[in-house]
Design a protein around this ligand. Structure first.
Ligand code: GLN
Ligand code: ZN
Length: 766
């Protein structure tokens, strides 16, 4: 018997209908019942697509108005007490209050006035999806509130369809939450949580649900014995409730949890055969034959049309080992791919044919199931088309560029090394730049005002000529430079007015990238991103930033910092080709950036920043894979940064994360100056740099740019003094946490004015 199913489907809708509905609801333009009706219509449409593809079950429970983890917080009745909810508030109001905070909070991270800060948001494993973090403490109680979920089950049954309910499992739910009291171990809550899961499973079985998929993606992490034991304990109980359970793992190899995953007493196991193909046969052999094995054969994290022949070969091997029984699925929820790409208006037909969004992956499942049934003839046309598209992709001259390959091959081992060690470079740079102690700078972007956005939109619609648009951006650069001069900053930036997005801007100018019209992927809540498609060898037809930067430099005698996005960040925020190692693709991007660096230097630019905010998020989920990743990632950065003379100063910038566990590698990037986000941690993040004796110069962010709040000079001075306790003062720079593009000019000027004042005060005191 062959079954097909999916672990989850994108929620936004073909045209991001959910985003529109949510934002209208939040603006007070769409009542709650109308929002719910639209959500129900989207679910019905998405289930119909699953039925059309011949899936054996439609997946229920994966839909979320904002986030699926937040849904569980309500399902299990553990809304944090700090929200102080009253009986007057509807579940929907409470849900959005947790997701978005309450009004008085504005948009800062902390609680102010009468408002309550939203739940913290963090990355869902190594994806770009962000979930809301449950809060746990000694007083956390659980109780079942299954009305919403049961109503969705009924909707599916009414279609009619056979629902498989998909939820996060209890151990991953606790793992992904946060202990709100020091020293409180949230694992202690497991015994309180399990009875509620049990009740839910019983209710679902009574409702006619034949399968429940419980996701335990933490099986792909390095688990402590306590967490592994928790999985054993949980499934020893839930496995006997009588509701058949499919335990799902994804994103990462099971590795030392493979035996554990195969031993848990559940009715079925789903594994990710895209991320861990080498484990497929071992699992197929190891898993008892009375269990179902669901093979995640289609890559749920990427957008390439599958090699169906290769998939069939693998699946048949498993089929043979498993006495013919098999479930076939994408590797993980399709949440991480766009709704559809096959007819994307911005792509030519050739590229369209290479890609598969969620809808196309459903169709691949349909074809695989038919073929595995022995009915290959009925899908011969689809299999042939897929084969041809693949062959075209492999042979396409758009994918392979001989000169890029040759350059990569000829790259010398020293191409990632500067000419001299840091102390020599530092002396040469001091000579050239003549900066004061505690030099001040910013991270790159200045406010992207409504006027800038409007001009760009008009230009893209063809309503504004390139010349007029360019003029407008040059005026913005003039404005930004004049303001920085007036503020007294030491190293200036041009402000990035001409950039829509730090990756898209470069992708659009490099060969090997394509952009979709509708390839949206949910990032959090109603926010979606449209990652570029990196499909071919990367090269740089011409300089990308030199004109703008040289113009900006011509307006000032202060050093103008060239501003580039680094190879790992470009890689990390794109859909990346799967026909060569990511390391090779990173190196190709690095070479393109290297050329830009060289051109900037040749044009007289003395300071060049290469942003790598995403270097940490590229870390594999398993610790033993960190070393190889960091080796190629840091080398790619160095290759991009190393063509320059000693007296050209290379900066890098990182944010969004903790770095203390990869400090040696960050140091090995050997940037002359690194600026990092630290203000929200009260400089605590910097302590690691101090203890590690980070050798080069550092600019710890002295104020949080995520908030419109203008910090006091004294506050920044205090942070700087704190920084100077752990970092040798002669290495310290003064700058904000990150770019200022989301801020307005008024608060930006006020905050930077005080920042410059704080630096001056520090110079006086020092
Ligand atoms: N240079 C970029 C900016 O200032 C950096 C953005 C980032 O780190 N995310 O906007
Ligand atoms: Zn940043």
């Amino acid at each position: 018997m062959i079954k097909t199913h999916i672990l989850g489907f994108p929620r936004m809708g073909e045209h991001r209908e959910l985003k529109t509905a949510l934002e209208r609801h939040w603006r007070g333009e769409l009542p709650a019942d109308a929002l719910e009706a639209q959500a129900a219509a989207l679910r019905a449409r998405h289930w119909q697509l699953q039925l059309n593809a011949g899936l054996d079950h439609v997946t229920v429970g994966d839909f979320a108005l904002y986030d699926h983890v937040a849904h569980l917080i309500q399902l299990f009745g553990c809304e944090p007490a700090r929200f102080g909810f009253t009986a007057d508030e509807t579940p929907l109001q409470r849900y959005f209050a947790m997701a978005r905070g309450t009004v008085a909070r504005a948009c800062c991270g902390g609680a102010h006035g009468d408002g309550t800060a939203a739940l913290e948001m963090t990355k869902w494993f190594d994806t770009n999806y962000h979930y809301l973090v449950p809060e746990f403490g000694t007083d956390t109680e659980f109780s079942l509130h299954a009305e919403r979920l049961l109503a969705e089950v009924d909707e599916a049954i009414a279609l009619p369809a056979s629902p498989k309910v998909a939820l996060l499992g209890p151990v991953s739910f606790l793992f992904l939450g946060k202990s709100k009291q020091d020293g409180f171990d949230r694992l202690a809550l497991l015994t309180r949580l399990l009875p509620v899961y049990e009740q839910l499973l019983t209710r679902l079985a009574a409702r006619g649900v034949t399968w429940v998929q419980l996701d335990e993606p933490i099986l792909g992490l390095d688990l402590t014995p306590a967490w592994a034991e928790a999985l054993r304990q949980a499934y020893a109980r839930l496995g006997v409730v009588g509701q058949p359970l499919l335990l799902a793992s994804y994103f990462s190899p099971l590795a030392d949890n493979l035996d554990l995953a195969c031993e848990l007493p559940v009715a079925g196991l789903h594994v990710d055969a895209a991320r861990a193909p080498e484990e497929l046969l071992p699992v197929a052999r190891r898993l008892p034959l009375d269990r179902e094995l669901s093979v995640g054969i289609l890559d749920g994290r990427n957008i390439w049309r599958s090699d169906l022949d290769a998939a069939l070969t693998q699946l048949r091997q498993v089929q043979e080992l498993r006495g013919g029984r098999l479930w076939v699925a994408p590797s993980c929820s399709l949440l991480h791919v766009p709704f559809s790409l096959r007819h994307d208006a911005a792509l030519d037909t050739e590229l369209q044919g290479w890609l598969a969004g969620a809808v196309e992956k459903l169709d691949e499942l349909r074809v695989l199931k038919r073929a595995l049934w022995g009915d290959e003839a009925s899908v011969a046309r689809e299999l042939a088309e897929s084969r041809i598209a693949r062959a075209h992709r492999i042979a396409s001259r758009r994918v392979r560029n001989a000169s890029v390959a040759a350059r990569l091959k000829a790259l010398s081992p020293e191409a990632d090394q500067r000419h001299s060690h840091f102390p020599t470079r530092q002396a040469a740079q001091r000579q050239r730049l003549r900066l004061p102690a505690f030099p001040t700078t910013t991270i790159g972007s200045f406010p992207q005002t409504p006027e800038i956005r409007a001009a760009r939109a008009a230009f893209k619609r063809g309503e504004l000529s390139e010349a007029v648009y360019r003029e407008a951006m040059l005026r913005e650069i003039e404005l930004a430079v004049a303001k920085q001069e007036a503020l007294g900053l030491d190293v200036l930036v041009h402000g990035e007015a001409e950039r829509n997005d730090m990756v898209e801007y470069f992708g659009e100018q490099l060969s090997g990238f394509a952009f979709t019209a509708n390839g949206w992927v949910q990032s959090y809540g109603s926010r979606c991103v449209k990652p570029p498609v990196l499909f071919g060898d990367v090269s740089r037809p011409k300089a990308m930033t030199v004109d703008w930067t040289v113009f900006a430099q011509s307006l000032t005698n202060k050093p103008m910092k060239g501003m580039l996005t680094g190879p790992i960040t470009i890689l990390q925020w794109s859909f990346v080709r799967d026909d060569q190692p990511r390391a090779d693709t990173a190196l190709q991007i690095a070479l393109a950036i290297r050329d830009e660096v060289a051109d900037l230097e040749a044009a007289g630019i003395a300071v060049i920043q290469i942003d790598e905010p995403a270097i940490r998020e590229g870390l594999p989920l398993r610790r033993d894979a960190w070393g190889p990743y960091l080796a190629w990632a840091t080398r790619a950065f160095r290759v991009s940064a190393s063509p320059v003379r000693d007296d050209t100063q290379i900066h890098t910038h990182m944010c969004y994360s903790e770095f203390n566990d990869i400090l040696p590698e960050i140091a090995a990037m050997d940037a002359d100056v690194i600026t990092i986000e630290t203000s929200r941690s009260d400089m605590e993040l910097l302590r690691g740099f101090g203890q590690f004796k980070y050798p080069n110069e550092i600019g710890p962010g002295v104020y949080d740019i995520h908030s419109p709040r203008v910090p006091d000079t004294a506050e920044m001075l205090r942070l700087l003094k704190k920084a100077a306790e752990v970092i040798p003062p002669e290495l310290l720079w003064v700058n904000p946490d990150c770019g200022l593009k989301t801020r307005g000019w008024a608060e930006t000027e006020a905050a930077l004015g005080r920042m410059v004042e704080a630096a001056r005060a520090l110079r006086r005191d020092a």
